[in-house]
Design a protein around this ligand. Structure first.
Ligand code: 0X9
Ligand code: ZN
Length: 411
């Protein structure tokens, strides 16, 4: 018996991704040559670009495994590239987060709070409870199954009637970006449970999928796995997982995506190879022209991005997209001076085809389509500490009010 326990414990330890002595460097290239030197590390095993920026004079946070650190820092030094250590030992941060999770009070079934990051089951139970408590305005349903046969749960919030414009929101397409589902849940809570926001559901219907990649999300939450998993969990030959945000079939695999399974931006064997992306596609198609606005929440970096991700060319309606983004950013800024960068994703971040935003706009026919990169955790690592969820969620909700007002007024 004892032997079995030891073997199981060892297996669990082996299965656990360990980030001991992994460091996160904050790197700031000051010219094009320096930027190219840093970018040459993209795709190298043991190097994980946490932040989006790929531009001169923009800080980049890069996690580097112990094996590569010497090579990495030597290269930076040789090229006089400014850098400092943001996180000295990533595992310490991961452990601290785990401890925080273990210490946090157990939530009662069907309840939720914004002081902790919740598991998928807790989230689903909360939504089901909401449906039974508010059956006049809430409908919870699955938009389809995932690779591991989890249901992708969606909540529809509507006061009824027909021909109302709709806002479609998803979060958590990237598993490790926990602040995104947490924020989407806060939106749901505010829209359903806060009577002061009743006006936001009178003339507009809401469709919200708070966790678009539940398999990946659960994988980052389980104690024996990888906190920084980004992809789906589809079994591969050499490595598992597809970057669902490279898997939408619009200019698929043209740029900023990888055809190598082990890469973080692996686009899959073909467009819509993943059930998660197919299910979203089917939903968008079934809602048709009712949807006027699509928001997909990611982290981190404080960006309000609009298409295109596959080209530096701008969409015809760029002025509308940009003006609205500025109004949203102003509303967020007014709360606590959180500053968002606005632009087309290729121009302010990098070119990357196969994203949900591009497909929803170009093929799904939803003109207003945005990717929102929420704030990160600064010194705390990838996501804000659980204690900061409330702050991020409440300020972002102010931005959502602006989006809502626009849709209500214009459609
Ligand atoms: O690269 C992405 O998928 C997004 N950034 S993240 O760090 N959260 O992974 C940005 C996506 C922007 N949209 C497109 N490139 N279509
Ligand atoms: Zn993301």
């Amino acid at each position: 018996m004892m032997k079995t326990i030891i073997v199981l414990a060892c297996l669990a330890a082996l299965a656990t991704a360990n980030f001991s002595n992994h460091k996160v460097y904050r790197v700031n290239p000051s010219n094009k040559e320096q930027l190219d030197v840093v970018r040459a590390f993209e795709g190298i095993k043991g190097v994980d670009f946490w932040s989006k920026a790929r531009a001169v004079n923009k800080e980049m946070d890069i996690m580097v495994s112990p094996q590569i650190q010497m090579r990495f820092t030597d290269t930076l030094k040789q090229n006089s590239i400014a850098h400092n250590v943001l996180i000295n030992d990533v595992e310490t941060v991961v452990q601290r987060e785990k401890m925080e999770k273990m210490m946090s009070p157990r939530v009662e079934a069907g309840k939720i709070n914004f002081e902790q990051y919740h598991t998928y089951d807790t989230i689903v139970e909360y939504l089901i409870q909401l449906e039974s408590d508010h059956s006049d305005i809430v409908e919870v349903r699955s938009i389809g199954g995932t690779y591991e046969d989890r249901e992708m749960v969606m909540i529809k919030i509507s006061t009824g009637g027909s021909n109302k414009p709709a806002i479609l929101i998803d979060a958590g397409i990237h598993a490790r970006e926990w602040i995104a589902p947490a924020t989407a849940l806060y939106f749901i809570h505010e829209l359903v449970e806060n009577k002061d926001n009743r006006h936001m559901i009178e003339n507009v219907d809401w469709y919200i999928i708070p966790v678009l990649n539940p398999d990946g999300y659960e994988y980052t939450h389980s104690s024996t796995s990888n906190r920084f998993w980004r992809k789906t969990t589809t079994k591969g030959q050499r490595c598992d997982g597809v970057d669902a945000n490279r898997n939408f079939d619009f200019h698929w695999m043209e740029i900023g995506a990888s055809d190598y399974e082990c890469d973080e931006t692996y686009a899959g064997p073909e467009g819509f190879s993943e059930s998660e992306t197919r299910n979203l596609k089917n939903l968008v198609e079934s809602l048709g022209s009712q949807t006027k606005l699509y928001l997909t929440f990611h982290s981190y970096g404080q960006y309000l991005l609009y298409p295109w991700g596959y080209t530096s060319a701008l969409p015809e309606d760029v002025q509308t997209l940009d003006d609205l983004a500025h109004d949203v950013a102003d509303a967020i800024y007014a709360v606590d001076r959180t500053d968002y960068t606005i632009g087309s994703s290729t121009n302010v971040l990098y070119a990357a085809a196969g994203g949900s935003d591009d497909w929803v706009k170009a093929v799904g026919g939803v003109a207003l389509s945005y990717t929102i990169e929420l704030p990160g955790g600064g010194w705390n690592g990838f996501d804000p500490p659980a204690s900061a969820i409330k702050g991020v969620a409440t300020e972002t909700f102010e931005g959502l009010k602006v989006y809502h007002a626009y849709v209500e007024k214009n459609f």
